[in-house]
Design a protein. Structure first.
Length: 385
């Protein structure tokens, strides 16, 4: 889905008044994935309180209001949030509520969903930060915490309300910039002299987001606008939905399970998928190959079983890697588990393809595995043994 009209509409919802001069700790963020605005956040910070609201569009439009209590050293001691979805109204009862108390080495999480309420304890290191999804005021809070503690490197446990364990991140301060660990990969933030995040480049991370600071943004108006669009065209869904490609060869079955990212106006190969680097061949969890019969590729037998597929694209072709490990996240590539590597043929597509697509095209005695995205197709023939 293209959103050129959206990119023209969003600036009219940004409030660029002199409020920032009156309240210097008030601000907002626009979060984009390629041409698509996937989230927006506004927040106000005082020495003792961080309050804000985030509109997110995946898998459907949601509006989350949060309040965090700040203690000594800009550390968060308590957090509350209420999440509502556009399709059921933004003024009714919250669909999900969260309450997190951070005390020493423990975070006590109370979560209420349509399925009921539960309370659990999460072991953390002192200075843990509750994290609503797709919010960046809390990463800015980490910057302020690092400055308050005069640290060049800050290791922080992030507490996501619905996760049973904390996720560790690391912040490295570099003068007017910072490197933020987003789930194991670096995002680069520009800072002003007050420690405000001016923008954040997450293109090297699995999220691939670009974040821009604005004076303020009307998150509720955006939620209403996107909610109204969903009523006619449907929700955005997962940003990189899971799909399968499969084929039957008599009693032989072959299937590939993979995530399908969209182009969203970006350069794919040589851009968000760098040349000469191992790529997960999709998005999110590692791409899996499942076959109940032996396969033969370029004279090498691939025994029946489950594998993961990885790709090293180059300007002239690609290398397909079949790896014995499976069930892992797509950033957890272990080269020691490689089973075999095969060169793939590259061809140019007549029409650009918006969404990454894997297909298995049957032929006599076997078939061809094909990877298509943007204007590129990589192919590899195989036979069924």
């Amino acid at each position: 889905m293209r959103h050129s009209a959206l990119l023209l509409a969003v600036p009219f919802l940004i409030l660029t008044s002199s409020l920032s001069a009156q309240a210097p700790d008030q601000g907002g963020f626009l979060i984009r994935l390629g041409n698509d605005t996937v989230a927006a956040e506004r927040f106000t910070r005082t020495p003792t309180r961080l309050e804000g609201e985030v509109m997110s569009r995946s898998p459907e439009t949601r509006l989350t209001h949060y309040v965090a209590t700040l203690g000594p050293g800009s550390r968060i001691t308590h957090y509350q949030s209420e999440m509502r979805v556009a399709r059921t109204g933004l003024t009714g009862p919250a669909v999900v509520t969260s309450d997190i108390t951070v005390a020493g080495d423990t975070a006590i999480v109370q979560l209420t969903t349509p399925q009921g309420s539960r309370t659990h304890k999460v072991p953390v290191r002192p200075g843990a930060v509750p994290m609503p999804p797709l919010t960046f005021a809390f990463y800015e809070q980490m910057v302020r915490q690092a400055r308050a503690e005069h640290r060049d490197t800050l290791r922080v446990d992030m507490v996501f309300p619905q996760a049973p364990t904390a996720t560790q991140t690391r912040l490295i301060m570099r003068g007017d910039s910072a490197i933020v660990d987003l789930f194991g990969l670096p995002a680069y933030a520009k800072l002003d002299n007050m420690g405000h995040v001016l923008d954040l480049d997450g293109r090297q991370t699995t999220d691939k987001v670009m974040v821009t600071r604005v004076n303020n943004v009307d998150t509720r108006a955006l939620a209403q606008m996107f909610g109204a669009r969903e009523a006619g065209t449907g929700a955005m869904g997962q940003l990189s939905p899971r799909d399968t490609a499969h084929a039957m060869f008599g009693d032989a079955m072959m299937m590939v399970d993979y995530g399908r990212p969209h182009q969203r106006g970006r350069v794919v190969f040589g851009g968000i998928v760098p040349w000469n680097e191992v790529w997960r061949t999709g998005a999110n969890a590692a791409t899996q190959l499942i076959t109940n019969h032996d396969l033969v590729i370029a004279g090498t037998t691939i025994p029946a079983g489950t594998y993961t597929l990885w790709t090293v694209p180059t300007p002239d072709g690609a290398t397909l890697i079949i790896n014995r490990q499976h069930g892992q996240w797509g950033t957890e590539y272990d080269a020691s588990q490689n089973f075999a590597r095969f060169p793939m043929m590259r061809t140019t597509l007549a029409d650009s393809l918006e969404q990454f697509t894997i297909s298995i095209d049957p032929a006599a005695g076997g078939g061809t595995l094909q990877l298509r995205w943007e204007n590129t197709q990589y192919s590899l023939p195989f036979t069924v043994k």
